[in-house]
Design a protein around this ligand. Structure first.
Ligand code: NAP
Length: 291
């Protein structure tokens, strides 16, 4: 129940109506019985500085950040965590003594299902499809896992080079290399982990896949294929990879786990991960044509 003492959390983006974060976080808040509510805020890019000042004025405790604000918000914050600096984007903001503190929980969310696997990673080559925002968290995650090589595949040479350049100075810059899609046939047979960070295959384009069936046949039997997309579940990529005998992971767990890390920061208590997972699953199941 919302009362005079209820504290505010939320998510900012533009648009924001599609966000699943309110479903997941309000289910968790209810399960924990804490006096909080998590709201969606549609903030246009030009209004971002005013919105942040307004949030401080009304005493918001923290908020999630989604497209298009993940980078634009960085100069507006008092402090940014090393992981968010390395990724170059903030997805979680919390009110601290010094003002707004920004961090990024996407890499931790991405890693959660991989860390549960009984694998050694220091011999693993990761192939990352796409070089956008999510790819940055995936690269940071693969570096944390200790992957021997991280090969990033993109379609725009200029953007790829800028992506490569942006990691110079980090301790794992030497592990990263960038490649065009034409080079995939040479990269896939050595890959132990393939991660799709492009939107190819996402609803309503369920019939698309970033890898052709012939390319998938090049994968070694014990390859993990990880698609960050969570609608549909599974994507065509994961269906085909599974048929090839690969281990597959979809994006739902990353969504749940990045949210759980954020909630834990705001509430300073463990997040009810299973409640959050189930809230998302039942919400997605209720959406005709989305699951
Ligand atoms: P983004 O910043 O727009 O990056 C998308 C990347 O995909 C870019 O490198 C883009 O290439 C590439 N791309 C797009 N369409 C392509 C195509 N037809 N062929 C080849 N490359 C293509 O988006 P993002 O924020 O990284 O998100 C990417 C995906 O990850 C989305 O599906 C999103 O839902 C998912 N995601 C999931 C989670 C989760 O928690 N599970 C978290 C974050 C993101 P160009 O740069 O050349 O345009």
């Amino acid at each position: 129940m919302i009362t005079g003492t209820t504290q505010l959390l939320g998510v900012i983006g533009s648009p924001i109506a599609h966000s699943l974060s309110p479903v997941m976080h309000n289910a968790a808040i209810q399960a924990l019985g804490v006096d909080f509510v998590y709201l969606p805020f549609a903030i246009a890019p030009a209004d971002l500085p005013d919105a942040i000042k307004g949030f401080a004025a009304i005493g918001l405790q923290g908020f999630s950040v989604t497209i298009p604000h993940k980078q634009a918000i960085m100069p507006l914050l008092a402090e940014i965590s090393p992981v968010a600096q390395a990724i170059g984007a903030v997805n979680t903001v919390c009110w601290a003594e010094t003002g707004w503190y920004g961090t990024n929980t996407d890499a931790e969310g991405f890693l959660a299902p991989l860390k549960q696997m009984n694998r050694t990673w220091n011999q693993t080559t990761a192939v990352v499809l796409g070089n956008g925002g999510a790819a940055r968290a995936v690269v940071a995650g693969c570096a944390e896992l200790g992957c021997a090589q991280i090969q990033v595949v993109g379609r725009n040479l200029e953007k790829l080079q800028a992506f490569d350049q942006s990691w110079q100075g980090s301790s794992f810059a030497n592990q990263i290399s960038v490649h065009t899609w034409e080079q995939l046939p040479q990269l896939l047979p050595q890959a132990g982990l393939v991660v799709n960070t492009t939107p190819i295959g996402m609803h309503p384009h369920e019939q698309s896949s970033p890898l052709a069936a012939a390319e998938l046949q090049r994968l070694a039997a014990d390859t993990i294929v990880y698609d960050l997309i969570y609608t549909p579940r599974p994507t065509l990529l994961l269906q085909q990879a599974q048929q090839q005998g690969a281990t597959v992971i979809d994006g739902l767990e990353m969504l749940v786990q990045q949210g759980a890390v954020a909630l834990q920061l705001w509430l300073r208590q463990p997040a009810p991960v299973e409640v959050m997972r189930q809230a998302l699953l039942s919400h997605l199941a209720s959406k005709v044509g989305v699951t």
